[in-house]
Design a protein around this ligand. Sequence first.
Ligand SMILES: Nc1ncnc2c1ncn2[C@@H]1O[C@H](COP(=O)(O)OP(=O)(O)OP(=O)(O)O)[C@@H](O)[C@H]1O
Ligand SMILES: [Mg+2]
Length: 288
Amino acid sequence: MVNKIKTGILGLDPLLEGGLNERSSTVVIGSAGAGKTTFAHQFIRRGLLEGQEGLFISLDENKEQIIRDALNMGWDDILYYIEEEKLIFIDASGKEFQVFIKRELPDFVSKWEGANIRIAIDPLTPVIWATPSRYQQRELLGFMLKELKKIGTIVATLEEHGPPNLSAPETGIPMYLADTVIHLKYRIGEDYSRELHVVKMRGSRHSERMHRYKIVKGLGIIVTDRGYKRKSSKENVEVLKKKVMERMKKASPLSISRIEKILNELEDEDIEDINIDELAEIIAEEFL
Ligand SMILES: Nc1ncnc2c1ncn2[C@@H]1O[C@H](COP(=O)(O)OP(=O)(O)OP(=O)(O)O)[C@@H](O)[C@H]1O
Ligand SMILES: [Mg+2]
């Protein structure tokens, strides 16, 4: 079983089966003003409050700006954590990313061997843009995430340019490489709205819906509509079992015992939106 850690985003953990998997990498994608930096701060902050150390890697904004963002959100204890060296910054702005990732990062990681910290990279975008070929992007990013996972759990943000539908070419490779992808879908204009969507999460059952979120000073991002139904009702599973078994009369005892096992486990799954007759038909076809 993987260890779950709390994201620090209010209302988000239940959508992720309890939180992020420890030593995993998460990419948070969003357009300007979507809340990426706020997300990164909340993630690090949650760890600090629990006594875990935090590492903030900035690739284009300077440390002072990042601290100012936190202070503006009302999180002035950030100064204490910096003072106590519980929160460390790596300012890689202006650096040659290839050199930084291939040479400086492994040295840093080896110094932190055995640690279990929280790492925020905000934003990851400059690395993508500085790397001309997709092959190099994949190699460099893959290496960076692999190195950093040795010492903790990563949240990296990615800017979304263009329509908020994850179609931009620069989002492709980070989305493949990350264990978890969260989309902060921010639309401006007449249909102004903020919605969060868990696009993928390796090894976990997660919400597949859109959830509205707000950003509030002091609290940060709050996921406000969590009408997330994960468990299907027992009655539905019972009806499904009956319908499947009716179709499986000619099946071998081995097939029947296999199917019974699967059906019993369905009580924890979200199958509410699948037509029961159709599902019974599909299952019976597969196992008969
Ligand atoms: N102190 C604050 N109080 C209330 N809301 C805030 C505060 N600071 C930021 N916000 C809200 O949060 C939004 C997102 O801020 P944030 O800096 O996290 O976005 P971002 O996705 O990192 O943006 P960018 O792409 O420009 O870096 C702001 O546009 C604003 O609506
Ligand atoms: Mg930002």
